[in-house]
Design a protein around this ligand. Structure first.
Ligand code: UN1
Length: 494
């Protein structure tokens, strides 16, 4: 039995409650990863008090030096890539090829952060008065509470913590209780690379007990949350009331559109990867496939054959295409939605059941599932399922496809397969999403580009790229008047 610990105030410690929770492999419930501290508000209080001290020290290091530390983080993640991929697959199930990609996203984010240490630009602009300078620059904010999901156990915590730290803030991690091991290793890496030992804190536990205490803590001015839209609303209410800076990344109902003139081989590979990669558990997953009527029947036939041939299993075994879903309650939710689809009269053309038999009996597997004949407005077409369930909608033309794409409350990513360059550019303009791919699937965001969605997917902020550095820093303006006299802006010069 391995017992893991919190990292609070520079020490690895158990929870104040003395309680633990278990973390098991979703591909094999008998494989216990370990016990983790089931923490409470008192642990959050200690972590935040220490993070306040950590902020005071860490922000004094010049940003380029903080960048050097982040670059070392990239080196250490590179050295531990294989080990981390294995840890992640064991605790959340997606195949090793994917968890290696997850680590790589963290490495990319680290090296990008390293360069940003020398690029926290402000502006210097002419003052309207003589002998006066006007400039803006960036300051760190304080303790950042980072609440992260299970599906990208490393990448998402790195998207949040690396820019936060680079800007001079301290961070408190509250990882999803399904994937606590990965962030424990990330904390080791941050410390080894030279992040101040009180600038990083890790508190394990549940949302109700730890997440809530962190989000509502008065000494945590910044919250970054990735998770469901429902929880995001609760987080938003608290942060709104307390005037916190908040970044939300929430649900998606992303569509891949395939028009009659598309390269169908490419589109087929795209939808298989987009819909069933990570067992459909990405906020960027393809959960709707919009097919133009000229290719609809042909394409659907090929898709059903290919989806049915995907090999389910333990992501740590060679040859596995699709791993388990994260836990029983996720599988129950998928089952409920499949029933909703059936009850609405949608045609089940693939899957539709728990995947069982042999090793699959040990884990929480669900068959790749496809509904055809789905109409715009059906619940399975509108609501996020977060599993391997794809709804196929037939449309007459590009205009209708764009309308269907936009007819949901979410707006993370979209994808258009076409060889028509005019339609490709129209899609960039007209699809209401934070990210649109042309001739590529709805997943595959790169670390140096802004990531996020419109409508109910987010609250206007972006992760990744240069934009996230605005979120984790406060703009300050400085005026230096060296005229030696009172100069009244808007008055003396007009
Ligand atoms: C998520 O689904 O929560 O674009 C993040 C992608 C990944 C990130 C996904 N690079 O699918």
């Amino acid at each position: 039995m391995t017992d893991f610990l919190n990292y609070i105030a520079g020490e690895w410690v158990p929870a104040s409650t003395g309680a633990w929770f278990e973390n098991r492999n979703p591909a094999d419930a008998s494989d216990l990863v370990g016990r983790f501290p089931r923490s409470a508000a008192a642990d959050v209080d200690r972590a935040v008090a220490s993070a306040v001290r950590g902020f005071g020290a860490w922000k004094l290091l010049p940003a380029p030096a903080r960048g050097d530390v982040l670059r070392r983080v990239g080196d250490l993640l590179t050295a531990r890539k294989e080990e981390l991929a294995d840890i992640m697959t064991r605790e959340m199930g997606k195949p090793l090829t994917e968890t290696r990609g997850d680590v790589q996203e963290g490495i990319d984010t680290a090296y990008y952060a390293g360069t940003m240490g020398r690029q926290l630009f402000g502006h210097t602009v002419p003052s309207e008065l003589s002998n006066k300078w006007a400039m803006s620059f960036r300051r760190p904010i304080g303790v950042c509470g980072l609440v992260t999901p299970f599906n990208f156990p490393l990448a998402i915590p790195t998207w949040k913590s690396f820019p936060a730290l680079l800007c001079g803030n301290s961070v408190v991690f509250k990882p999803a209780e399904d994937v606590p091991h990965t962030v424990a290793v990330l904390v080791e890496v941050l410390l080894e690379a030279g992040v101040h030992p009180e600038a990083v804190q890790l508190v394990h536990g549940f949302g109700e007990e730890v997440g809530k205490a962190l989000v509502s803590h008065p000494d945590v001015p910044v919250i970054s949350f990735t998770g469901s839209t429902e929880t995001g609303s609760l987080v938003g209410e608290t942060c709104g009331r307390m005037h916190k800076r908040l970044s939300l990344e929430m649900g998606g109902k992303n569509a891949q559109i395939v028009l009659d003139d598309a390269n169908l081989d490419l589109a087929l590979e795209g939808v298989l990867w987009g819909a069933f990669g990570t067992t459909g558990q990405r906020c960027t997953a393809t959960s709707r496939l919009i097919l133009q009527d000229g290719i609809h029947d042909r394409f659907l036939d090929r898709l059903v054959t290919a989806a049915t041939a995907l090999r389910l299993g333990d992501g740590r075994k060679d040859g596995t295409d699709v791993g388990p879903v994260i836990n029983e309650s996720a599988r129950d939710k998928i089952e409920t939605y499949v029933q909703i689809g059936r009850d609405a009269g949608n045609t089940l053309v693939a899957g539709g059941q728990r995947a069982t038999g042999g090793v699959l009996d040990y884990g929480t597997f669900y068959q790749p599932t496809i509904f055809a004949g789905v109409k715009q407005g059906d619940r399975i077409e509108q609501e996020e399922i977060f599993g391997p369930v794809l709804s196929v909608i037939k449309v007459a033309d590009a205009d209708e496809a764009f309308r269907v794409n936009n007819g949901v409350k979410y707006g993370l990513s979209s994808s258009l397969y076409t060889s028509n360059v005019n339609l490709a550019f129209r899609a960039l303009n007209e699809l209401d999403n934070g990210i649109t791919y042309v001739n590529a699937p709805t997943i595959g965001a790169e670390a140096h580009m802004p990531f996020g969605g419109v409508k109910q997917t987010g609250n206007g902020h972006r992760e990744g790229g240069w934009e996230v550095y605005d979120f984790y820093s406060e703009t300050k303006v400085g005026y230096i008047d060296y005229s030696g006299r009172l100069q009244r802006a808007q008055i003396d010069n007009y």
